[in-house]
Design a protein around this ligand. Structure first.
Ligand code: GLY
Length: 588
């Protein structure tokens, strides 16, 4: 049962809620309909509005919604680790930013351990059901489905990984008692929170799809009308799901009544049923994998290897740029963006052909990042104009490879959390339900992902298989790039972003802005985006277009809504939050 209160402070508010309302402020210059920010974070909001990083001595958190930051801050202040705080943050994000991430989705986490100095990753990516086949997203004639025909409904739903990942991180690195980490999210879900401008505008824009399923419609379109900014929204079903997770652990999500409800919803989705079963949920496992680290300037850039293409593609871009003096060129020089743009095109060409879940297909990871290979590709950048043609290279590999190029459609989505705790641990986690609102199916207050549409819809091209085709149990290729830069074994920058396949460009740009151009974290995340994948040069600002056109690029002016959250670790901690989204950085 959900309830909606159309104004703050009306009789239906509990005393705790009234107190919470009294303790919130709107950002400076914001009118009615602005984001509600807890009083604790007023300074963080002011710093973001002024374009300054937030500075702190002991710990810091940067995440996509003030209420999630507040929940994480409480855990850190009480002596919790970054892993503890992450659990609290994710539980709140699933409530206040449900369109982006939650228990129904998956995540990748990079961890630098303050005590041992080791860096590792956790793969909580969704898996394809055991009954899925390479033709999952094709019609009866073998033609790929239209994107949203595939997304909306049960067909796109993979086995969620996030509940298991929360527990795996907590088991390894947590100190706080597990049940208490859900307290803030449960309270907010029961008492209600103010719908943010971003959530309201996304509901408005997606109303037709959200209206297709009764539970989703009732929550996001109460009385048939889309939620509006400032509406107080409760999700008591989510509170109950969190309570089960808090008391009984993730096993209670992957088996029993919750699992049965998820399966019934996916298999029963009208018009577009899926093939997920209770067995898929019961056998789901988080995988710990070695971090993929590449050198750049004086740093080691560490991130998530396959099934994500994040670290390898960011690593290739940086590796291709290493021979060039980007610092000398600076961010205002079109030549710098020619180099970055074509390095990115070359890296994306390789990504499209070779990157996939390497437990299912052989991926020439070492060859793609080998210094000789990168040098040969980097030499292609030595002209003056955009490369007339870009094609995948031939990295060294001990397998014969004959893949066709990938045909995935990857739209912006997702959320990113960066945390540094008081013990010297650093955590970078990108978390997602894929498209905004995922599959649009809602079970027990949780939106289910559409992660399977990150697979290539086409399985073959001219008789050659596509590496990222659907296979049972396989994890769809991701672009998520949670990243930690280290120098001499110590973390110096923790970052990541949402944004579908744009994530790779956002993260690479932020690293270059910080490492080559000497920007602070807030400047680096705010710097206008220019992203080149394997098509036109996507630009946020029109002033960049003429010079790039002159070099031979097709350009596309578009909204590039990243959600970068970055923490610089130096003498103090400095946090940056993307001005394009609602998140904040906060530390003490
Ligand atoms: N679904 C977003 C990504 O994994 O890249």
């Amino acid at each position: 049962m959900r309830a909606l209160f159309l104004a703050l402070g009306i009789g239906l508010c509990s005393p705790a809620l009234a107190q919470q309302a009294a303790d919130t402020v709107a950002p400076e210059g914001a009118g009615a309909g602005a984001l509600q920010v807890p009083g604790l974070l007023a300074g963080a909001q002011a710093a973001k509005d002024a374009g300054r990083p937030v500075e702190a001595e002991n710990w810091m958190i940067a995440a996509a919604h003030p209420l999630a930051v507040e929940a994480g801050a409480k855990v850190l202040r009480a002596g919790g680790t970054a892993a503890d705080a992450m659990v609290a943050v994710q539980a709140v994000l699933g409530l206040v930013e449900p369109q982006s991430s939650g228990l129904g989705g998956g995540a990748f986490l990079v961890w630098h351990d303050g005590a041992s100095g080791e860096i590792t990753t956790l793969d909580g990516r969704e898996t394809a059901p055991m009954e899925a086949t390479p033709t999952l997203f094709q019609d009866e004639t073998g033609q790929p489905l239209e994107f949203f025909d595939a997304v909306v409904g049960g067909r796109s739903v993979g086995t969620p990984g996030t509940p298991a990942l929360l527990r795996a991180a907590h088991d390894r690195w947590g100190q706080a008692a597990w049940p208490g980490l859900f307290a803030d999210a449960i309270r907010l879900a029961e008492e209600g929170f103010a719908v943010s401008p971003r959530l309201a505008s996304l509901v408005q824009g997606d109303a037709d799809r959200l209206a297709r399923f009764p539970a989703t419609r009732a929550y996001f379109l109460p009385g048939g009308e889309p939620l509006a900014v400032g509406d107080r929204l409760r999700n008591t079903a989510y509170a109950e799901t969190l309570r089960v997770l808090a008391n009984d652990g993730p096993r209670a999500f992957y088996t029993g009544e919750i699992a049965a409800d998820i399966v019934a919803t996916v298999q029963g989705a009208p018009g577009n049923p899926g093939v997920l079963t209770e067995t898929d949920l019961a056998i789901y496992r988080v995988k710990e994998r070695p971090a993929l680290c590449v050198p750049y300037r004086s740093y080691e850039v560490c991130g998530m290897g396959p099934p994500s293409s994040g670290a390898s593609t960011v690593g290739q871009i940086l590796g291709l740029l290493s021979p060039f003096d980007l610092a000398g060129l600076g961010p205002d020089e079109p030549e710098a963006w020619r180099l970055i743009g074509d390095a990115s095109r070359l890296a994306f060409a390789d990504r499209g052909r070779y990157l996939a879940d390497n437990e299912f297909v052989p991926v020439p990871l070492k060859g793609l990042l080998a210094p000789d290979y990168l040098k040969s590709r980097s030499d292609l950048l030595r002209g003056d104009d955009a490369l007339p043609q870009v094609a995948p290279g031939r990295p060294e590999f001990d397998h014969a490879l004959n893949w066709a190029d990938d045909q995935s459609i990857e739209l912006p989505s997702t959320s990113h959390v960066s945390i540094v705790d008081g013990y010297g641990n650093a955590l970078s986690m990108t978390t997602t339900i894929e498209n905004g609102f995922g599959s649009r199916l809602m079970v027990r207050g949780v939106l289910l992902n559409n992660e399977l549409t990150d697979f290539s819809f086409a399985s073959h091209d001219e008789g050659r298989p596509i590496a990222n085709r659907v296979e049972p149990g396989k994890r769809p290729r991701s672009s998520m790039a949670p990243t930690i830069l280290r120098r001499d074994g110590a973390p110096v920058l923790v970052l990541g972003s949402p944004g579908g396949s744009m994530i790779i460009g956002y993260v690479a740009k932020t690293i270059i802005a910080w490492a080559d151009w000497g920007m602070d974290v807030q400047e680096a995340v705010a710097l206008p985006h220019l992203v080149n994948r394997f098509g036109p040069y996507d630009l946020e600002r029109p002033e960049h277009a003429a010079a790039l056109r002159g070099m031979g690029y097709a350009v596309s002016l578009t909204k590039l809504t990243s959600g970068l959250h970055a923490i610089e670790v130096g003498r103090t901690l400095k946090g940056g939050a993307d001005p394009r989204r609602e998140g904040l950085a906060y530390g003490e």
